[in-house]
Design a protein around this ligand. Structure first.
Ligand code: THU
Length: 139
């Protein structure tokens, strides 16, 4: 992927991060997905007083994209104030493995957004669970 595109995606994640709703943890995360047609859909984490209802930035971006009819992705950028960049949690990795299996994952510290670490969804969740057999197909 071109460096310019990567930077544009990280910039979108940084911008989304400013809209994080994280009054409980104070940990603001921004994410931006790049579709195969070059569109960017971003999201930020949203927390609840009932802590377990919190939703990560990656999932907000993914759910937004999917429900806007965007289903194929080439990359996702995730940013937060974390020295080595925020690594997606296990739940987000599972969803990315299902809906963005070929995506590159860029993570960056929001304080040093020029330093981008590169991963792939496949590397972040090897041997991902994919689907249950459908009724009538096998036992
Ligand atoms: N969070 C994300 O948005 N993405 C991650 O990959 C890890 C964690 C959020 C959830 C919660 O609002 C806050 O960060 C602290 O866990």
């Amino acid at each position: 992927m071109q460096n310019e595109t990567k930077k544009r995606l990280v910039a979108a994640a940084l911008s989304a991060r400013t809209r994080a709703v994280a009054p409980y943890s104070g940990f603001q995360v921004g994410a931006a997905l790049l579709t195969v047609s070059g569109e960017i859909i971003s999201g930020a984490n949203v927390e609840s007083a009932s802590y377990g209802l919190t939703c990560c930035a990656e999932r907000i971006a993914l759910f937004k994209a999917l429900t806007e009819g965007k289903t194929r992705f080439t990359a996702i950028a995730v940013v937060a104030r974390a020295p080595r960049g925020p690594m997606p949690c296990g739940a987000c990795r599972q969803l990315l493995a299902e809906y963005a299996p070929g995506a590159e994952v860029f993570v960056a510290d929001s304080a040093k957004p020029g330093r981008i670490r590169n991963f792939t969804v496949a590397a972040l969740l090897p041997e991902a669970f994919r689907s249950v057999p459908r009724k009538g197909k096998g036992k």
